[in-house]
Design a protein. Sequence first.
Length: 508
Amino acid sequence: MERDGATQSLWQREEINYTEVNFVHNSKDIFDVIIIGAGITGLTTALCLQAAGKRCMVLEAHKVGFGTTSGTTAHLNTVLDNSYSKIIKNFGLENAIRTAEAADLAIQSIESFIAQYGIACNFTRCAAYLYATEEKEAKELQNMQEAFHQVGINSSYVHHIPGPMKFKKAVCVSGQARFHPTQYIKGLLKAYLELGGKIREKYLVKKVQEEDSFQRVLSADDGVYDAKHIVYATHTPPGIHPLTFKLTPYRSYVIAVELTNRKSYPNDLIYDLKEPFHYIRKAKDGESPVLIIGGEDHKTAHEINTVHNFQKLESFVRQHYSVQRKLYEWSSQFYESADGLPYIGYLSEKKNKFVATGFSGNGMIYGTLSGKIISDIIIKGKSKYQNLFSPSRVKPIAEFQSFVKESADVIKHFVSDRLSVDKLKNTVEIGKGEGRIVKYEGKKIAIYRDKEGELFALNPVCRHAGCIVQWNHAERSWDCPCHGTRYAIDGSLLNGPASTDLPSLKLE
């Protein structure tokens, strides 16, 4: 299957093919809901709504699972990336308890869908182990353990962990799980289509136009679809709006290895408390076990040598395990919210557009939860969790520092990236497999030479907010350091929030 990067993830071995009943669209037809995006968020939302009797259409710019769902490590955990101590501080104890409850509901929902629709995706219940290797980390772990107890998560200190790492202190948390994400969404899609749901791939939404009683969705090429409600299940909503300034894009790196000793694979999830931290789990590559290690996160387009992050991950795993060989390496993108919780719910005051974004590193949990929350609001008029995760919530203290910091970073890149450009005298200076932002014949260009020697030249100004894109060597893409839009070597759009390609340039 296709994914939004040049590297190959373990989950891409799964082909998602489907047969849809012939569908002739009537231009006067109005769907109840159009869901834009066919990852775990979009397909969960679509299935929940279709199963409740709503008429749905899923529109996907690329292919099902093209984005982060096929690039996750697929940990299903109530141990969230943003600690409960931070959530208690920003939202209060009652809301932190509700957050833990919501995370557990997401795992239960996945388990329920698997049973109800007969989805084979290697779902396995397990525990999670967090360990500290130095005093500072041990203190942090103590704070986490206290917060676990406050929010009602079952955890305890342990003297052993299911891995060879040495540690000062460790905690075991029960009630976690792991699964195969693309097999899972393949099952969601099958169930959705069998219930009469519709889907269209290779449909890039360019505009959503307000009509009197419905929303009109238009693409660049052809096809107009109308609906009463629109759900942006696109990882980050398109365009520029208040949420733009509350989201920060990050990339995370993953490798999968084969170990020399089959008994060394842990059945449980393992996390250290480094900065950035590492996360470990067991998975299957066909019928063979593999060890997945993730981490080395950084802001999108803020790392010059992205290949080095894979090397650091491999070094980390070889310190602790006997590795037979490395099988896969890939990276993926996620968005941090300004206050530590995702934004799920109404995007506009008119209450006909919905959004789900800011999942941090917990996309499988919050993507599933988004489907439950948004479908409840549309079907029942409310959700137990809609106020907690509301995109319009205001947390001045929690958001202010993050807003100032990220805004300053955006401004810095908007200005400095325009100034720090090398002058290129001749295109032969660009090596095979190399991408650079340069000034050539009086023009600033993004230029890349592929392995066959062909040159690709693009206008480097991101089509979202005008920042200068940066070259991502590992994924062979042009990434925006401001809001995370990503483009392929030919300028075609990989990820929003932009909605148009980078223009190509002719080199004389």
